[in-house]
Design a protein around this ligand. Structure first.
Ligand code: ADP
Length: 529
């Protein structure tokens, strides 16, 4: 059979055959038409590189409208000489066919197109090459698509490996398809590729691997992702780490599950911290409970002590009253029979008994403060201070003193105790005062959380080193001869103020005067206080 190819005027190859073979003729005709219409740009050149035939697609690739423009032209007009030489050399190098050779192609209008060339020799009946047939494929789009895909893959790889979280892809059988570097590092692998095809059972403790496998199979069965599951990961060496694991099924375009992607964040440090915190919380709770127990115990023993003090002081009053009565009987009935030292001793016994009575009264008062049987009532402190000034009139007048009261609030509080508190402080301010005009000023400052009351005097003052012990029970800085009193007043004040959750303190400049301040929580300024 002879096949010779000759270019026709329109550029399509003409196949010469013997007229005596009609069957063959029809075959050749259909071959010729197929060649011309073939979507792949094809060109046939003779051995000198001159174009002797091409199809429609090739004309379009070159940007020509008819084959005339191309026939007889050298192929090197479209493919650079050195590149075409490479094609021929490769064909000669005992490869009669080449495929997928990337070549730069120049169209008639100057367009530069990246093409892939497949070529083979056209041979005569003696198997001698008479020309070359080249199929030329425009791969510009494919190339840029591949470039785009490569770029995306590079970005994906950077993302995978620069995130500190472990990321992995698994197939439907929970076998690793791809893992990132942090995951490989956690698994003790030199390279992520070492994990491919393996499962968690190859790297982790069986218990953990089984649980992970069951989770993953369920996720892929139900298509329900698993978000942030806190897992205790046990390595084969028994080492434990904590991770927060998220696993999401991967579906193909038909919605069929083909695998899953997992991200796990190492939260071991966080977990250890949480454990420490839990431990510290437990300890704190135990300590608080212990403190509460001690407080309850203290409260109980304080109450007991208060009751005891109350009962004792109360019970002491009766015999003391009897002693004092008998002393007065003695003085009345036998006073004239006693003389000198005897009478003096009796008077001293009476004075001591009177003093003892004062102490007992104060003790009773102090123990009453702790007993919460006083009703809360509305107390306008301005009115209360007027009342106190009236009560203290004898001392005020005798000392020609002044009590100056600024505007004070209304409190909802135990009236008896607030009166006792102010009375003690104002009384002290007048008592421990040798100024020409003893002056006591009462004022109040409000903050969002409390009232701060101040009772200031221009009295004798207190040495700094004594300020700390002023509020102790029966603590006196001065003798009874100089200033009368028992030393219980400030202890009573402290107990009253602290009973309301406030604080009391003193500031003083020795020889100039003192300021006693105390706070009362703001809640006592409201009706429900
Ligand atoms: P008392 O007034 O019965 O002595 P207090 O408990 O009221 O007892 O006071 C204790 C002591 O604190 C007083 O004896 C006195 O020495 C000192 N003190 C109290 N208030 C003042 C004051 N305003 N100025 C100077 N000293 C004071």
């Amino acid at each position: 059979m002879t096949l010779s190819v000759k270019a026709q005027e329109n550029g399509s190859p003409e196949v010469r055959i013997s007229p005596l073979e009609p069957e063959f003729l029809s075959k050749q005709l259909s071959w010729s038409a197929a060649f011309y219409m073939h979507p792949e740009a094809t060109v046939i050149v003779d051995l000198s590189g001159k174009i002797i035939g091409c199809n429609q697609s090739y004309m379009e690739l070159c940007g020509c409208h008819s084959g005339d423009e191309l026939l007889g032209q050298s192929i090197t007009r479209f493919i650079k000489e050195d590149e075409y030489s490479r094609v021929i050399e490769t064909l000669n190098g005992n490869k009669s066919r080449i495929a997928g050779l990337e070549v730069n192609f120049s169209a008639v209008d100057g367009r530069k197109i990246l093409v892939e060339v497949s070529a083979s020799f056209v041979k005569d009946s003696n198997e001698e090459p008479v020309g070359v047939i080249l199929a030329v494929k425009d791969i510009t789009e494919r190339k840029s698509l591949i470039e785009r895909l490569l770029q995306e893959k590079r970005m994906f790889d950077i993302l995978m490996d620069s995130i500190p979280d472990a990321i992995y892809f698994k197939d439907a059988n929970s076998r690793f398809i791809k893992i990132n570097k942090p995951k490989a590092l956690r698994m003790g692998l030199k390279s992520p590729d070492e994990a491919i095809g393996k499962t968690d059972f190859d790297f982790y403790h069986e218990d953990f691997a089984r649980e992970a496998y069951e989770d993953e199979q369920r996720i892929m069965r139900t298509k329900e992702p698993l978000i942030g599951k806190v897992e205790e990961v046990k390595g084969r060496d028994g080492r434990v780490r904590w991770v927060s694991a998220t696993k999401i099924p991967i579906l193909d375009e038909n919605g069929r599950v083909v695998g899953l992607v997992g991200i796990s964040r190492d939260i071991t440090d966080l977990k250890l911290m949480e454990k420490k915190l839990e431990h510290a919380c437990m300890e704190l709770k135990e300590r608080v409970e212990e403190l509460q127990r001690i407080r309850r115990e203290l409260e109980r023993s304080n109450r007991e002590l208060e009751n005891y003090t109350y009962v004792v002081s109360h019970d002491l009053k009766t015999p003391l009253r009897a002693i004092r009565s008998f002393i007065s009987f003695l003085l009345e009935d036998y006073g004239d029979k006693l003389e000198g030292e005897g009478l003096e001793y009796l008077r001293r016994i009476d004075a001591a008994a009177a003093r003892m009575n004062e102490f007992i009264e104060d003790l009773l008062l102090l123990s009453r403060v702790g007993r919460k049987f006083m009703e809360v009532e509305r107390v306008d402190l301005n009115e209360l201070l007027d009342e106190i000034v009236q009560d203290l009139k004898p001392i005020i007048e005798s000392k020609k003193a002044k009590v100056i009261v600024s505007k004070l609030p209304v409190l909802y509080i135990q009236r008896v105790w607030i009166k006792q508190l102010f009375t003690n402080l104002v009384d002290n301010g007048l008592k421990f005062n040798k100024s020409e005009v003893p002056t006591v000023e009462v004022s109040c400052e409000e903050t969002p959380s409390k009232y701060i009351f101040r009772v200031r005097d221009n009295g004798i003052g207190i040495r700094e080193e004594h300020l700390g012990r002023l509020f102790n029970l029966f603590e006196r800085l001065h003798s009874g001869e100089e200033y009368e009193g028992t030393g219980a007043g400030l202890a009573i004040c402290k107990k009253i103020v602290e009973g309301w959750g406030g604080k009391i303190w003193a500031e003083s400049v020795f020889g100039k005067g003192s300021t006693f301040s105390f706070t009362i929580p703001k809640k006592y300024g409201r009706c429900e206080g």
